[in-house]
Design a binder for this molecule. Structure first.
Ligand code: ZN
Ligand code: ZN
Length: 398
């Protein structure tokens, strides 16, 4: 009870002190970014009654919202009290509903991005490596949980990730799934959405430039949430119109690259999440079989004569994802070929990749928390192994 009273007092104090200084429409009162929640006997009893640690959070948010109905003459009664459904609070509680002013941000970080959210074939996957383990939930489970949240909350927000947070240079093949996911989630009751997608090109506050479809994804999310009855053909037309503007006359080649990566992931068929290795999306040695075709494809893009400087830059940034997966995949074959020219070409390509990400293209971020070490790379080392070692991510060359 004392914790609760302190909490409410602090919210009141914050609003009193900041109300005149800026426009406040909501107050974010979320848990910390970890799995540690209070396990005292009072809380554990509540958690048992609600069936989820989220119950204690919703209870607290409701108390705040109720207090704001009348505090200071009801001055703050219209603001939203926002809280996450995330990690330990992901599962919707029983026996409680949210106050009308409580907004739930439902994080779809645990979902599988290979399958659409209503795909019954999606089983999820537990990925275990020597350094960490990651659980990707089955989408049926994610969808059911969202349905429950939407039923107890008037304002349910989606908090989407939609990028590969451990492998920024990887292509995250979820473009077609976005269409199905958002149509369904909107119909269930998503009131709005935030797309975190750290590696999104030139968005304010973005960490780095996307080496793949960061900006396209933002565009498509806007389109598909504006018109929830959009057909799949209309969705595809929006992809094309974006590619035409962003990559100029090279756009048809870019579209081939997009379709190739989507198809490769579909053919492989495995579940994957926002932290998964490229191998979980594409299988071992992704891009190896199509290496020569990919080299030619990107040469064709860059050979288009009427590109603007920006469009050319967009293509070169996109090429980073291709080189990353391709060079890692063909490394053993090239360096073990005994052919001097092939070995030399491979070394040059690795060298150019390194110079591009560190100097020409300003894309030094490997993942959420690490940049390329300034110590450089050995030109005869496998690019993937080298980068994954840097980020303590396991990679098998064989
Ligand atoms: Zn407690
Ligand atoms: Zn799946």
């Amino acid at each position: 009870a004392r914790v609760r009273q302190n909490f409410i007092t602090n919210v009141r104090k914050f609003l009193d002190e900041n109300w005149e200084k800026r426009e406040i429409k909501s107050i974010q009162l979320s848990q910390n970014d970890n799995w540690r929640y209070c396990k005292c006997s009072d809380c554990m009893k509540d958690i048992y009654d609600y069936g989820s640690p989220a119950g204690t959070i919703v209870e607290m948010m409701n108390l705040v919202a109720e207090d704001l109905e009348t505090y200071n003459g009801g001055k703050y009664s219209d603001i939203y009290v926002i809280t996450f459904a995330y990690q330990y609070s992901f599962d919707c509680p029983d026996n409680i509903v949210c106050h009308d002013q409580v907004m739930v941000e439902y994080t779809i970080i645990d979902k599988c991005f290979q399958h659409a959210i209503n795909d019954p074939e999606c089983e999820g996957i537990l990925e275990v490596s020597p350094n960490w383990s990651i659980n990707v939930r089955s989408n049926v489970e994610v969808c059911e949980e969202f349905e429950k949240w939407a039923a107890i909350s008037k304002h349910c927000y989606l908090y989407d990730y939609s990028a590969n947070f451990r492998y920024y240079y990887n292509v995250f093949p979820n473009i077609n799934e976005i269409y199905e996911d958002y149509q369904l989630l909107n119909k269930i009751g998503a009131w709005g959405y935030i797309n975190l997608g750290v590696a999104n090109y030139d968005r304010t506050g973005a960490q780095t430039y996307s080496s793949e479809w960061g900006t396209l994804r933002d565009y498509l999310l806007c389109k598909v949430t504006e018109d929830v009855d959009m057909t799949f053909e209309e969705y595809q037309a929006h992809i094309d119109e974006f590619l035409q503007a962003y990559y100029g006359s090279a756009w048809t080649y870019v579209r081939e690259y997009l379709d190739f990566t989507q198809q490769l992931a579909d053919d492989y068929g495995g579940c994957f999440g926002v932290y998964s290795t490229p191998e979980l999306m594409y299988g071992d040695h992704p891009f190896e079989a199509k290496s020569e075709w990919l080299v030619e494809l990107f040469n064709n893009m860059l050979a288009c004569s009427d590109l603007t400087d920006e469009q050319e830059l967009h293509i070169r940034r996109l090429k980073v994802s291709c080189d990353y997966l391709r060079l890692g995949s063909i490394h053993q074959a090239e360096m073990g070929s005994g052919d001097y020219m092939r070995m030399q070409n491979q070394k040059n390509a690795i060298r150019n990749f390194y110079i591009d990400i560190t100097q020409n293209l300003n894309m030094p971020w490997i993942c959420e928390t690490m940049t390329v070490p300034s110590s450089g790379i050995k030109w005869d080392a496998n690019l993937r192994t080298w980068i994954n070692k840097t980020t303590v991510h396991y990679y098998s060359e064989k």
